[in-house]
Design a protein around this ligand. Structure first.
Ligand code: GAL
Length: 677
């Protein structure tokens, strides 16, 4: 049996990891020595090499040039810098597409996408597969046992989609596995609608550009297939690496809430979960969005530490208008990831490129060189991370689980629904926000997760819900859990067929309520609602005609045709409590609701009354306080601690200027956030 490989393989003896993508092939060799010297001064201990090196290693079909890469790995290894070695298969050389155009991806309209950029491959192309696996095999054989090799980085940001004939053939095979025969497929896809019945497998194609809306189940299966097809390619590369270097962990870098790939099905296939995260400095919600994304990464790894593979020290170059990051910002973002379970903080990229599409993207060493404000911050950050070595490997305890599902996301966001203003990631974020603001840690989990250990489970939206998962949610409540369900959940089955009867059919009993109409609200004005105590709040976008069947109406609609009908319901079921929200309440109302559910569940944040913009999260026994706001705050703390970042004792309060962070380790038990603290 393979020993469990994880972050500890990398952090044991190194502490937290710090580094970035290193692309030495863009520079003459004289620069490499300076790079390594600067890396050492900055405390860099891990770099990702070779992500886009296919053409350099294999300048023409079958040739191999590893000499330069040998020298890079030797240089890094002798400086004690570990290498996250990439398989270069994200960006095939021009010769592949030129000689084998069938390896190039085809869009929905049948247009081939050409080389000249990157990512131009069809995941189902046998020629691409053969060539990619050949170079991966040689790379693994070459560097197996190299002392610098610490981690494998397979491909880059998987997400390619191709609609070509080879993809169509692979789709048919996948469908045969899923549905068995054509009758079952016709049934699942509901092809009696619009005369779509298939009489031969050969007629089945990917959802290509068509005159009008495409069959939603065809599209749902296609999205499942696309994620699986990429996964199959990743697995093929990974298997080669595992066979040749059994002691070296394998990862591939995720992209947060990235729609095309179902990361729940991928995460178990890697040793270490890693993510690329590029918050938009113009987005006021980006601190909460980041926290949510980091929690997702922790959830994908089932609580294990994860690696922040890419982030930016300053502005990126791929948004239309790239706001810079003020001094202290990338450090704050990086420490936020540590607080939420990251054991490694890496950047794209080490040295800013002089040429190519990313020549204006921030880096750890900017064009202006190392003698700059930015590089000084990089160095200081790398050095201070050593002080946080005690948190490496530590868990982030959470008592709230939030359920998210890719298949439900795909199904929900099909065309032809009551409103496309209700979407899965926005619902997730709006339900996550009040917990984040209260310093309540949340685990992101899939619908199939074991929920028993969580006092509170939040389901912002599960439009697609299987009978089995609905039964598990019901049993969770009966067993004493507190469940919160957001609108338009439990509407379709895994084939995306609407469940008939009053909605949400599979949760009707546990929610003690059911509905009959979805009523999207006019966009230009809020919907007035009233708590049972009489105070009003606003909701927007979505309402439902719903009736209590045992549940108590905690709030009702206060105007229009729905006036007097329930808007929020609470139901005691078995030993537990189930809440249902039949609209989209404004943030302050969702906050009030979250407060009541936390009270029902007996859960509280790590510190009471956090000032706006201050994030509080506990990792191991260290309480991280991060000031994302624009004001200096003075916060009382319940017991004496040491700030790991300053090395100073803290007795009764901390003062945090904007973008400041404290990492407080209590002098004595109990921990921050423990019920008795
Ligand atoms: C990532 C990618 C990197 C680089 C970076 C720029 O998506 O993996 O190679 O392109 O974005 O922000």
């Amino acid at each position: 049996m393979r020993a469990r490989l994880g972050m500890h393989t990398l952090t044991d003896g190194r502490g937290l990891l710090f580094g970035g993508d290193y692309n030495p092939e863009q520079w003459p060799e004289e620069v490499w020595a300076e790079d390594v010297e600067l890396m050492r001064a900055a405390g860099v201990n891990l770099v990702t090499v070779g992500v886009f090196s296919w053409a350099r290693i294999e300048p023409e079909p079958g040739a191999r040039d590893f000499g330069w890469l040998d020298r890079v790995l030797d240089l890094l290894g002798s400086a004690g810098i570990a290498v996250d070695l990439a398989t270069p298969t994200a960006s095939p050389p021009p010769w592949l597409g030129h000689r084998w155009p069938e390896t190039l991806p085809v869009d929905e309209s049948g247009h081939r996408l050409w080389y000249g950029s990157r990512n131009q491959f069809c995941p189902s192309s046998p020629v691409y597969r053969e060539r990619a696996l050949a170079i991966v095999t040689d790379l693994a054989d070459r560097y197996a046992g190299h002392p610098a090799l610490a981690l494998w980085h397979v491909g880059n940001e998987y997400g390619q989609i191709c609609h070509c004939d080879e993809s169509a053939a692979a789709f048919r095979t996948w469908l045969q596995d899923r549905h068995g025969d054509l009758d079952a497929l016709n049934e699942a896809w509901g092809t009696t609608f619009w005369s779509q019945r298939y009489s031969d497998w050969a007629e089945i194609i990917p959802p290509r550009h068509a005159p009008y809306m495409i069959n939603p189940t065809q599209r749902l299966d296609w999205q499942r297939f696309c994620s699986d097809a990429l996964l199959a390619h990743y697995q093929a590369e990974r298997d080669i690496l595992r066979e040749r270097t059994p002691g070296t962990p394998v990862t591939t870098n995720f992209m947060g809430l990235f729609k095309p790939v179902d990361y729940w099905s991928w995460a178990g296939e890697e040793d270490i979960v890693s993510n690329d995260w590029y918050p938009d400095p113009a987005d006021p919600l980006s601190p909460a969005r980041a926290a949510l994304t980091h929690d997702l990464m922790r959830g994908l790894g089932q609580g294990r530490p994860w690696l922040l593979m890419e982030q930016a020290t300053n502005g990126v170059n791929w948004r239309p208008h790239n706001l810079p990051k003020p001094p202290g910002q990338f450090r704050l973002e990086s420490l936020q990831a540590v607080a939420r379970g990251a054991d490694g903080l890496c950047y794209f990229q080490w040295r800013a490129s002089r040429f190519g599409a990313e020549r204006f993207h921030a880096a750890m060493v900017p064009h202006a060189g190392p003698d700059t404000r930015l590089h000084a911050e990089v160095r200081a950050h790398g050095q201070e991370l050593r002080k946080l070595a005690p948190v490496a490997g530590e868990p982030v305890p959470a008592q709230v689980a939030m359920v998210f599902d890719w298949a439900s996301w795909w199904a929900l966001e099909e065309r032809g629904r009551p409103s496309d203003r209700l979407n899965a990631p926005d619902q997730l974020l709006s339900y996550y926000l009040p917990f984040w603001e209260r310093g309540v840690s949340v685990d992101l989990v899939p619908p199939s997760a074991e929920l028993g250990g969580y006092p509170l489970v939040v389901v912002p939206n599960l439009y697609l819900l299987s009978d089995q998962d609905a039964a598990a949610l019901t049993a969770y409540v009966h067993g004493g859990g507190v469940l919160m369900v957001g609108p338009f959940s439990g509407i379709v089955d895994p084939r995306a067929h609407v469940r008939t009867g009053r909605f949400p059919a599979p949760l009707r009993e546990v929610l003690g309520a059911s509905g009959e109409e979805w009523l999207p609200a006019p966009e230009d004005r809020p919907v007035r609602c009233r708590w049972s105590g009489g105070a009003e709040f606003a909701a927007h976008t979505w309402t439902e005609l719903i009736a209590a069947e045992g549940a108590e109406a905690v709030a009702e609609f206060a105007e229009g045709d729905l006036a007097g009908h329930p808007a929020v319901l609470r139901h005691r079921a078995g030993q537990g409590v189930a809440w249902y929200v039949a609209t989209m309440p404004e943030p302050v109302a969702l906050g009030a609701l979250a407060g009541r559910m936390l009270a029902d569940a007996g859960v509280r944040g790590v510190l009471p009354d956090l000032p706006p913009g201050v994030e509080a999260v506990r990792r191991g026994d260290v309480l991280f306080l991060l000031n994302h706001g624009t004001a200096t705050v003075r916060m009382p703390i319940p017991h004496a601690a040491d700030d790991l970042l300053t090395g100073s004792p803290v007795t009764d309060h901390v003062t945090l200027t904007p973008r400041a962070v404290a990492a407080l380790r209590p002098r004595v038990q109990p921990h921050f956030g423990d019920p008795l603290a």
